[in-house]
Design a protein around this ligand. Structure first.
Ligand code: SAM
Length: 202
């Protein structure tokens, strides 16, 4: 269980996320402490054939913190949900692996990131991918809808992580797979709560 976050702190967290990811939607370059774009994809060990399949502009918009597919591949015809899809690179990879009879859906809270994801998708010829604006805390899907739920660098940003994990489990089919790449805080928590909230999305 995580400590409760007040409505006021939650609003500040969401404003900070929006401020940061509005910029990231233009380009992630220089905005993270880890490599982004194609260098990030290569460094995190994404399969070379997947990287080769991406238009350069799409690869350049990648800002994941890990490689959710290092946990396992997506199989043909599977349905996949990507929580906090950002510019949609992992969603596009999932759609590629699932093939034309499979499906990948990306959700994100930030409208600008979703616009980038749609623009990225338009640079491919994939027809099995959709994007939708939603929060990981309340997924707009029925129970047991997806074979796999992936997420890359988004759960750490979500204020109510318990709700996010419950929602991910709810939309997974029985024996479905949850494949999360994310960051965790190690060491002591900054005692200054205000600073902690203000730096949430850094
Ligand atoms: C590190 S980026 C994701 C990178 C992406 N997976 C990729 O392949 O490049 C984190 C994303 O989480 C989104 N996000 C933050 N809070 C969210 C929430 N409550 N629900 C859904 N998405 C959220 C942000 O808008 C941002 O696009």
């Amino acid at each position: 269980m995580q400590p409760r976050i007040s409505r006021k702190d939650r609003d500040r967290i969401l404003a900070g996320i929006h401020k940061k990811y509005r910029k990231v939607a233009d380009s992630p370059e220089g905005l993270f402490k880890f490599p982004t774009g194609k260098a990030g994809l290569k460094g995190l060990g994404y399969a070379p054939e997947l990287i080769r399949a991406l238009p350069e502009k799409v690869a350049a918009s990648y800002c994941g913190v890990g490689n959710p597919f290092s946990i396992g591949a997506i199989h043909k015809d599977e349905s996949v949900l990507d929580i906090g899809c950002g510019a949609g690179v992992d969603t596009i990879f999932a759609g590629l692996m699932a093939g034309p009879a499979g499906k990948a859906v990306g959700i994100d809270l930030t409208a600008e990131m979703l616009r980038r994801a749609e623009a990225n998708l338009a640079l491919t010829d994939l027809k099995n991918i959709t994007f939708k604006r939603a929060s990981g805390e309340k997924l707009p899907f029925e129970d047991s809808r997806f074979d796999v739920v992936i997420s890359n660098g988004a759960i750490n940003l979500i204020p109510d992580k318990d709700a996010a994990v419950k929602e991910a489990m709810r939309v997974l089919k029985p024996n479905g797979r949850l494949m999360i790449a994310d960051q965790i805080l190690k060491g002591g928590i900054n005692p200054d709560k205000r600073e902690r909230i203000d730096k949430w999305a850094r």
